[in-house]
Design a protein around this ligand. Structure first.
Ligand SMILES: NC(=O)c1ccc[n+]([C@@H]2O[C@H](COP(=O)([O-])OP(=O)(O)OC[C@H]3O[C@@H](n4cnc5c(N)ncnc54)[C@H](OP(=O)(O)O)[C@@H]3O)[C@@H](O)[C@H]2O)c1
Length: 346
C-alpha cells in the first residue's frame, strides 16, 4: 500500500517556522511530508516563505489555511499568547496540530485544548522537540537500565541575554513574555520526564517593570526525595548545561544541552567519563516530525513519548512557579476567534 504524504500547514512564518520548514525538507521526512501551505498576517510574508520553501499555497490570514480542506496537520509557530486560540481553531476545523512550546499560556488553556482534541479526535502535541532527540532517548535508556542508580539530583538551566525589546514576544506580557514560558520550560520538561511532578518548589527571580520574569532560580523537591535546581533567564547568559546525578553515576550534558548530540556518562564502576556520541542531526526538528508521522499513521491522537497529559502537568508546574513569582499574563485574543466559534476564554 502506498504510504500517505501528509500535507502540512504553518501558521506564523517567523524564526522557528524557518527551522521547521528546513526540517520538513530532510530526506527522512520529505518522503512522507509536504509543506503544503503557509499563513501569515501579511500575504507578502507568506508568499516569500512559500517561495523559499516551495509551499503550494500562501495565505494572508491564518483562518484561510486552517479552513483549507487539503491541509492534514498544522504547525503553530506564533508567539505563545496565540497558541490557544489557534490550536482551538485548528481542532474545531478537524485539523491535527503540532503546537510550539508552551502549548498555551496556562493549565486551564492546555486542559481545554486536550479535552477538545479528544472530543474531535484530532492529534495534538506540544512541540518539545528535545524529547525526540537521540540524546534524550539514550539518556532515558541509561536510566531505565539503572546505569545511574536512583536519581537524586538534577541541575539544569537555560538562559541567554535577549535584546530588550519591550514590544517583542520575550518581554511583552501580552505575548506571553518571560523566561519560564520560553526557556525555563526545557529544564522543567527534563525534570518531569525523569522525576515526575514536583511536590514542593522554592523560587526566586527578577521581574521586569512589565512584571514578567527576566530570570528565575528554583529548587524543586520530588516525592522520592530527589531534588532539582533549575534556572532560566532572558537577561543573562547561563551555562545551558545539565547534570543528572544518581546513586551509581552521573550524566553531564554540555552546552547546549537541550539540542546536543553527545553527553558524558560516569559511573561508580568507571573512574573516567565515557563520551556517548549520538548521530548528528540536521537541526533536530526532524525527530519530532517523524514522531508525528508515526502517530498519524497509527491513528493516535497523542504521542506516547510526549503525552498531552505531560503537557498538562508541565503547564500546571509553570503556573505554580509563575504564581509564586507573581507573574501574570493577560489573555490576548485573535480577531477571528468569534467567526471560528472558538469557545469563550477561560
Ligand atoms: N522549539 C524551539 O527550539 C523554539 C525556538 C524558538 C521559539 N520557539 C517557539 O516558537 C514560537 C515562535 O517563536 P519565534 O521566535 O519563531 O517567534 P517570532 O519569529 O517572533 O514570531 C513568529 C511569528 O508569529 C507571528 N505572529 C502572530 N501574531 C504576532 C504578534 N502579535 N506579534 C508578533 N508575531 C506574531 C508572526 O508571523 P506573521 O505576522 O507573518 O503571521 C511571526 O513571524 C514561540 O512560541 C516559541 O516558544 C521554539
Amino acid at each position: 500500500m502506498q504510504e500517505k504524504i501528509y500535507n502540512w500547514g504553518i501558521l506564523g512564518p517567523g524564526k522557528i517556522a524557518k527551522k521547521f520548514a528546513e526540517a520538513l525538507q530532510h530526506p527522512t521526512v520529505s518522503r512522507r511530508c509536504k509543506l503544503y501551505g503557509v499563513a501569515s498576517r501579511d500575504l507578502e510574508r507568506a508568499v516569500d516563505f512559500a517561495e523559499t520553501f516551495k509551499a503550494e499555497k500562501a495565505y494572508g490570514g491564518y483562518e484561510q489555511l486552517i479552513q483549507d480542506p487539503e491541509v492534514d496537520i498544522i504547525y503553530i509557530a506564533t508567539p505563545h499568547a496565540f497558541h490557544f486560540e489557534l490550536a482551538m481553531a485548528c481542532i474545531l476545523n478537524h485539523k491535527h496540530v503540532l503546537v510550539e512550546k508552551p502549548m498555551s499560556l496556562n493549565r486551564e488553556q492546555t486542559h481545554f485544548l486536550v479535552e477538545k482534541a479528544i472530543e474531535h479526535n484530532t492529534f495534538l502535541m506540544e512541540a518539545l522537540w528535545t524529547r525526540f532527540l537521540p540524546m534524550t532517548e539514550s539518556i532515558l535508556d541509561d536510566i531505565k537500565h539503572n546505569k545511574l542508580g536512583d536519581i537524586r539530583f538534577i541541575k539544569s538551566d537555560f538562559g541567554f541575554p535577549a535584546p530588550n525589546v519591550p514590544s517583542g514576544r520575550l518581554f511583552n506580557p501580552r505575548l506571553g513574555g518571560g523566561s519560564i514560558l520560553d526557556v525555563g520550560i526545557y529544564p522543567l520538561f527534563l525534570c518531569l520526564l525523569i522525576l515526575g511532578d514536583f511536590t514542593e518548589a522554592v523560587i526566586t527571580g527578577t521581574l521586569s517593570d512589565q512584571h514578567i520574569d527576566l530570570n528565575c532560580q528554583a529548587v524543586l523537591k520530588y516525592k522520592n526525595g530527589a531534588t532539582a535546581l533549575i534556572a532560566s533567564a532572558i537577561d543573562t547568559q547561563l551555562p545551558i548545561t545539565t547534570e543528572i546525578t544518581g546513586t551509581k553515576g552521573q550524566i553531564r550534558i554540555p552546552c547546549p544541552w537541550y539540542k546536543n548530540d553527545h553527553y558524558y556518562l560516569k559511573t561508580t564502576q568507571n573512574d573516567h567519563s565515557e563520551k556517548v556520541q549520538l548521530p548528528a542531526h540536521t537541526n533536530g526538528f526532524e525527530y519530532e516530525i517523524l514522531e508525528v508521522i508515526d502517530c498519524l499513521d497509527k491513528g493516535l491522537i497523542h504521542s506516547a513519548k510526549w503525552e498531552t497529559a505531560a503537557s498538562m502537568i508541565l503547564a500546571e508546574q509553570m503556573d505554580r512557579l509563575l504564581e509564586k513569582l507573581a507573574v501574570k499574563h493577560p489573555y490576548t485574543c485573535h480577531p477571528f476567534s468569534d467567526r471560528l466559534n472558538t469557545p469563550p476564554r477561560i
